[in-house]
Every structure is written in structure tokens, then in C-alpha cells.
Design a protein around this ligand. Sequence first.
Ligand code: IVH
Length: 671
Amino acid sequence: MSSDEPAARAAWLRGELERHNHLYYVLDTPQLSDAEYDELYDQLKRLEQEHPELWTPASPTARVGAPPAEGFRKVEHLTPMGSLDKVTSAEALEKWAEDVRKRLGTGEPVAYVTEPKIDGSAVSLVYEGGLLVRGATRGDGLRGEDVTQNLRTIRAIPLALRLADGEAPPPLVEVRGEVYFPLPAFRRFNERQLAEGKSPAPNPRNAAAGSLRQLDPGVTAERELSIWVYGLGFREGVPVATHAEALRWLREHGFRTNPEAARHCSIGEVAAAVAGWERRRPELGYEIDGVVVKVDAFDQQERLGALHERPRWARAYKWAPDRAQTRLVKIHVRVGRTGALNPWAQLEPVSVGGVTVSQATLHNEEDLNRKDIREGDTVIVQRAGDVIPQVVGPVLPHPVGTVPFRMPERCPLCDIPIVKPEGEVMHRCPNRACPSRGLETLIHWVGAALDIEGVGEQFVRRLWDEGLLRSMPDLYRLRPEQLAALEGYGEVSAAKAIESIERSKAQPFSRVLFGLNIPLVGWVTARALARHLGSIDRLLAASQEELQEVEGVGPDRAEAIVDWFADEENRCLVSELEELGLRFEAGEGERPSGGPLSGSTYVITGTLERRSREQAKAALEALGAKVAEAVSRKTTGVIVGESPGSKLAKAVELGVEILDEAAFERLVGGS
Ligand code: IVH
């Protein structure tokens, strides 16, 4: 390799990586697989390690790895970052346009640009000689915080302007945009928060702002933030005369501008575009809180000027908050995996911001009582984009006959008296073995449900006590060295345990469903659900009515299932397990044969209260058991109802296990 080869190779790799980065994060048209990208990236990284002199701050390898900051320096913006006056109706928009025409005074035509008002966190990016040298938050509009290292981790932000062959970069240019959380990334973020026992962010805007202010850029890097760039601040030497041209210049120089920004020649067209954005809002994949309307020509903008840093040449068209009124049918209470009781409202379905809402959170009892929200009230429901709908409050007066809400005194799942620990706002079910809670669920998961070989109750209790295990996903993240470090565990047994945990991922959907420990969903119901619905997505989407079409599912079970899946924590659990590779789709294995009782034989004697003999037989067979008429040494157990016959005496004589009706119900996963 000649001496200039590494330099040429590094330059080529950098160019390629930035090109693919741009294709992926800015244009959303990837051409390389992640693995291919990583391969190039690793080559560059190695080359830069061997030849440190080849490293440049614009290298794709320079996005991550900056050390944590101690705090953020205040920096002055090159030109102030103003704010926007708002309008909330077509009339107000017309009035503004009229004012613009009057102020310009010449009767000249006025063109406008509309673009989404992104609900994120405003930033300024300064490029000197084409290189990103500083990125800052808006702050008070004059001075913001220097968050350059954090912004460099956002792959949609170019570290260097993309220049045409021979093009000289402007000496200094300031780019403005809004950093935001794409909704899928926001969901993933909140799922991780919950999994780590941290509180989820209330909305994507807060989460984006918080992510930008992380002292450790490594944390920001994990957040999967993106940016929509919407304008230029300081722009001397940039050859643009209108906002539309500025957007084009930004796009050509590597920035992510919204492809649906549009230029209009009349305010009527602007109003139509605003309505279009409102319609599309639920499907955008990011949150917007309105549409920004800007006068296009810079010379007109300059003549119009600003008042208190609020430009006269732009308005934010904001929609009234997404609110609606409906009747609160019932207040339900669900118990989270931590035992906390969360009240939620079942609503008469109502359309809020284009989405039909039939459930809303009520936070906690204190909030509920303060607002005096009652069953039977007409309530105001609010939805902020992707965030779960909320009940804002009742429309007074309360209808006659309604009463203030009181939390149940006993746990709706296990009937144990509820407690409210000193200083806490949440009521809790103190029962660690409550079906909603962790340890029991885990024991059930490794045993009856997934049947993980060599991993049983003792194993789970031990790891629980060691703090290594709190939920099913933890099980799949255990590392052999963690187990091997435990007293009494060798490397061999640790490896074996990990191996059988890994193998359990191949267990069929019905077992996974059974393992989730959904109240009233025993093995039989789980299997019927898996067969009937076929996938978790369909199960999640099913209404109570649809669920009742499944064999053995009545109104109570249907309600329990819907309740369970309505719980954010439970949905997070499901998606985490899905990500870890557990099966959430019915497969070949979901046939009647097999099942946890296969190989066993039961005999029924006497009359059962809850099921006919036929039904009891069917339940056992569904679990894979055989049902025989006569008791023998091969009989696994005898189920004894009212007025048993001689079969009971025979069972006692042979020492065969005897199950009363309650034990039988537990066996088949009834209640
Ligand atoms: S233009 C003089 N365009 O809205 C201010 N702002 O209230 C010109 N924002 O702080 C701003 N999307 O954070 C503009 N397409 C867009 C925007 C946008 C979101 C935010 C920005 C700014 C606030 C103004």
C-alpha cells in the first residue's frame, strides 16, 4: 500500500458512509443493509485507529464516543430564535393575510409556504466552512445551551454540508430545525423506561427535550431522535431569496426537510393545506401541534419585520386541543405488575382528533376525587397525539343518582385487602402472590407454561432473591457468568440452564399466552385463544364481543382479557417478549395433542358442581390427559365430586392422588 492509499481509502469510506447515512436517515431510501453499513464503518474505524492523523471531526465515527459533559455552556445565537404568534381559525388566518397585504401596501402578490409545526425541541446548528461546529437549544431565544455533542449523535444531522463538485461552502451559516422523537422510537423508549423500572415520558416532546439535555452523549445516541429542518438563521452568502428556496438549499445540502412543505399563491390554498394536515395528523408518525404559515419572499419578510421577536410574516395555525365529550360508562381498576391500582375509564366511544376513543386513564384516586369524576358523568376527553387519552374532568352538574368514586377495598384479582402506604398516592395490592405480580408469574412461566427444563420454582426463587430476576424478559437476558457466580452453580449447570431457557423460545404461542398469567386465562382458554385468533396482534385488537366468540370465553373472561391488554405495562411486557424472540403467532404445534398433562390419566367420580362430567373430561383432554373409567395403579389422579362411588375407595387403597373440585379447577386453569 503506497503512503497516500490509507488517506484516499479513508476519504472514500467517509464519503460512502455519509452518503448511505444520508440515504437512510434523511431521504429514507436505504441502499445498504445494516450489516453492510457496519462493515464499512468498522473498516474506517480500524483505518483511523492505525492512522490517527486521518481522523477528522466530520468522520462518521465521530458521532459517538464523546465523553460525558459536566454541564452545558450557554451560547448566544447568531440571530435570535423568535417565536410564533398563533391563529386558531380560518377567519383569523384571513385577517392576518389582510394585515400582511395592508402592511406591504403595494398590491403585490404574496406567496406563502405551509409546513408542519413539529412538536419537539428547537435547535440551532452552526456550520463554519461547511462543518458543524456548534449546536444549541433555543433557550430564551437569545442564548441557548451548547449541546453539540448530543446533536452530533443524531444521524439525520449532517456533520458537514453536502457540497456539489467544486462548490465552496458558505463561510458561516445557521440552520434551524426541530429535534423530535419519531413515534415508534418514542414507544420503544417508554417500553425501555418501564422495563428498567423508570417512569415513562408523558409525551414525545418532553422526551426529546430531555434527551437533548443528557450529559452523556451516549444516552442521547440511544434515543433514536430525528430532526426536521425548517429554516436558516444567519445566512450571509447563501444564494436564496425565498423560504421555499431556502428549504430546497437545505435539502440539497444534506438536511432533512419535510417533503410536504408546500408553496401557495392564495390564502384559500393555505387554509386547504392546513385542513389536509389536520386530516393526516393521526398517520404522520410524529407529533405536530399545528401548521406554520410563512410569507415566502425574504424581501417581504424583511419589510414586515417582527414585534418582540415574533415575526409578522409567519403564524402558527394551531388546532383546538383534541377534545370531545362523552359519557363515562364505568370506572374500572386494574392492578399493575407492581401491585399499584390504576383506575381507568370505560367511555362511550367518541371520536377525538380523528381517532375513536373508548378508554382513558384516570391516573389515581386522588386525581379522580379532586376532579370528582363519577360513573355516569358526561366527561371531557383529551388526546395529545399518541399519548393515551385522558379524562380532563366532568361536565357539571353530575347527573342525579351518581355517587363519588371509591377505590375497591379488596384487590379485584386476588381479593386481598388493599393498602395505601404512607405518603403514596397509589393504592396497592400487598399480595406478592397476586396474579398481577411478578414472582408467581415467573414460577408459572418456567413451570406449567413454558416448561423450561431444569429451571423450576427453586431456580426462580433463588434468582429473585439475588435480584437477578424480576420479570420474564429478565430470564432471557441472563448471562452464564451471572449464574456461574452463584454459590452451588458450576459453569456446566449455568450453561445448561441458559440453553434450556433459550430453547423455550420455540414453545408455541398458546403456552406463551398461558404463561402471561392473564386472570381467568388458564391453559384451555389460552389454547382456544391462540387457535381462534392466531396471533397476538389479533388478540390485542379484539373487542370483548369478539373474544366471546372464542370457545369457553364468557363476558368475565373477555373483560379480564381486555383489561389485561389495556394495561400499558402488560403491553410493554408482550412487546419485550416478542422482541426477545418468544412466539406470538400460532404455529404448527398448536394442535390438540401434546399439552401439559399429556401422558397422565385421570378418573372422575361423583358429581361436580361447576361442570358436567363431559365438560370436565373435555377440559382434561384438551390439556393432553386421558380420562379413564376405572382406577388402576397407572391412574395419575382421581377427581372426586359430590357422592363419589367406589372409585374413591379404590384410589385410597392404591395410594392414587385425590383431587377435590377446587384442585381440579386449578389443574385445568379455571379459576
Ligand atoms: S419557524 C420566529 N417552523 O415553533 C420563529 N418553527 O413558536 C420561527 N417550530 O421555537 C420559527 N415547527 O420550536 C418554525 N416548521 C416550523 C416549526 C417551528 C416547529 C417551533 C420552533 C419554535 C416554535 C415557534
